[in-house]
Ligand binder design. Structure first.
Ligand code: ZN
Length: 193
């Protein structure tokens, strides 16, 4: 089932996710729905917070992106990234590596907003997969950027928190409008007072 994606201003986007202690049928269903939602929205990643669930859970799929390469290494061996897609990362821990570089980013919770964000080039990732098995890999390029972006979501951190002060000033009216529209819609639906 395609789930509604919450937009900036929704309080769940600022909540740190709880650890997933057990992969229950409900968690499996949520993961299936998140994969479907990400595909439907043509996104490269989706965090549980974006579908109103504050959990340490994210899905990633960079296989449709051809103009921004990704690299993936498992046990020191290079693996074609598309073979590992879509990725389900439960309780991920990441170690960003190498020098930071700027790159364009969007976010499904911020429609129409694209910002240059500077992040370390590579990432080592430890997580649990859909089968409850521990996984570890190192990645670069778009995959590294996407995972760092999604990992931030799981902590309640948003990409706008990492934008330059110039972008912050430039986007302030647009972001304030988006936040206000989200809150107004939630209020109307009786979800916040
Ligand atoms: Zn995002």
């Amino acid at each position: 089932m395609v789930l509604p994606i919450v937009t900036y201003g929704h309080p769940t986007l600022r909540r740190k996710g709880a650890r997933v202690e057990e992969i229950t049928p409900e968690i499996r269903q949520l993961i299936a729905d998140m994969l479907e939602t990400m595909k439907d929205a043509a996104g490269v990643g989706l965090a549980a917070q974006q579908v109103d669930q504050a959990l340490q859970l994210t899905v990633i799929d960079v296989s449709e992106v051809t103009d921004r390469p990704s690299t993936l290494e498992v046990n020191g061996q290079s693996v074609p990234p598309e073979q590992a897609m879509p990725m389900v990362l439960i309780n991920p821990e990441i170690t960003p590596e190498e020098e930071p570089e700027p790159g364009p980013e969007g976010c499904l919770s911020f429609p129409e907003i694209y910002i240059e964000i500077t992040r370390p080039k590579a990432t080592t990732v430890r997580a649990t997969n859909l089968d409850g098995e521990p996984i570890e890999f190192r990645c670069g390029g778009l995959l590294s950027r996407a995972i760092q972006h999604e990992f931030d979501h799981l902590q309640g951190i948003l990409f706008i928190d990492r934008m330059s002060s110039v972008d912050r000033e430039r986007l302030r009216p647009e972001l304030e409008d988006m936040q206000a529209a989200t809150k107004a819609a939630l209020k109307k639906a009786g979800k916040i007072s």
